[in-house]
Design a protein around this ligand. Structure first.
Ligand SMILES: Cc1cc2nc3c(=O)[nH]c(=O)nc-3n(C[C@H](O)[C@H](O)[C@H](O)COP(=O)(O)OP(=O)(O)OC[C@H]3O[C@@H](n4cnc5c(N)ncnc54)[C@H](O)[C@@H]3O)c2cc1C
Length: 282
């Protein structure tokens, strides 16, 4: 099948993009890497009236480091994240997870902003941002606002972004570079969307109890979800024995949905497996 008819605009800069987004009628879809949007259009799951191609918007690209941490422009591609020492050192959790996000050809085009804006429940990036306490910068003609990842992912492909806003950047806090990180996912084939996965960060030195752990799952629910029960069970504790058992037991309180891969009870079992394996690697 081919995409339904659509208009196409390719503004030269951010001001031009925001002007179109604000002034034009209809369903305007920003186009980033197109790795999700184009297949969705070809299957007619998405039928935007206009594609707003962000390829020339230089203001949305690039990574900068400051005292508060990293600012990663929305149009920064996965392949660029993997190659940038600012990212691999400032956000080691992203470096750990990137090889598991899709396949190399998709990482060559796919962007961090596209993944965040799409909010696929099985995508890694929303869970990584929850685990790092990252923030999402949104921009419109009315100005800029920054939303905590905890408040950004609202449901199935649903976010706090308003239709006249673009995702401008992702902010990673400075302490993300110092926290211990863990990641594990189970997928049918490497590069496929995960059946279940988890991303973790915690303070404290290796081998010491986990200080203020943040644990986020993907592939389980209608969105990436924090496992606050497991965080409470593991706080200031060694992830072993009864403590680990209590953390795994607490996962039954998560809002777990079945999907094409597995029913909810199997997903719950997989959640416990990925949590144990991610903690073992920290
Ligand atoms: C075979 C295959 C396997 C994949 N496997 C995985 C996987 O394992 N894990 C994973 O996470 N992803 C996976 N993906 C998806 C891939 O990572 C996508 O590239 C990514 O999710 C979206 O990024 P994009 O830049 O391509 O966005 P696009 O496809 O261009 O856009 C995605 C959505 O975000 C909107 N959007 C884009 N940028 C902005 C912006 N700056 N502001 C506001 N809205 C915006 C678009 O309008 C669209 O609705 C896979 C894709 C394919 C085709």
């Amino acid at each position: 099948m081919k995409a339904a008819d659509f208009a196409y605009r390719r503004p030269a800069d951010l001001a031009g993009a925001l002007a179109i987004l604000s002034a034009e009628e209809g369903d305007i879809a920003p186009l980033a890497g197109g790795q999700s949007l184009m297949p969705m259009m070809n299957f007619r799951i998405a039928q935007p009236t206009m594609l707003l191609d962000l390829a020339d918007v230089a203001e949305l690209r690039g990574v900068t480091a400051g005292p508060d941490g990293l600012r990663i422009g929305a149009m920064t591609r996965y392949v660029q994240l993997a190659a940038d020492p600012l990212v691999t050192q400032g956000a080691p959790l992203i470096g750990l997870a990137l090889p598991h996000i899709a396949h190399a050809a998709i990482r060559n085009r796919g962007t961090i902003g596209g993944s965040v804006a799409l909010a696929d429940p099985a995508a890694e990036m929303p869970a990584l941002l929850l685990a790092m306490a990252a923030r999402i910068e949104l921009v419109s003609l009315s100005g800029r606002r920054v939303v905590a990842a905890d408040d950004f992912f609202l449901g199935l492909y649903e976010t706090a972004r308003a239709p006249d806003e673009l995702v401008a950047a992702i902010h990673i806090p400075a302490d993300a570079s110092r926290r211990r990180v863990g990641f594990y996912e189970l997928a049918r084939r490497h590069g496929d969307y995960a059946m279940a996965g988890v991303a973790l960060t915690a303070g404290g030195a290796t081998g010491q109890p986990l200080a203020s752990p943040r644990i986020a799952f993907f592939g389980l629910s209608d969105r990436a979800v924090r496992a606050t029960g497991a965080e409470a069970a593991l706080k200031d504790a060694q992830p072993a024995g009864d403590t680990l058992g209590a953390a795994v037991d607490s996962l039954s309180a998560l809002p777990i949905n079945g999907d094409l891969h597995a029913p909810p009870d199997v997903k719950l079992k997989l959640a416990g497996v990925v949590l144990r394996r991610a903690l073992a690697g920290m």
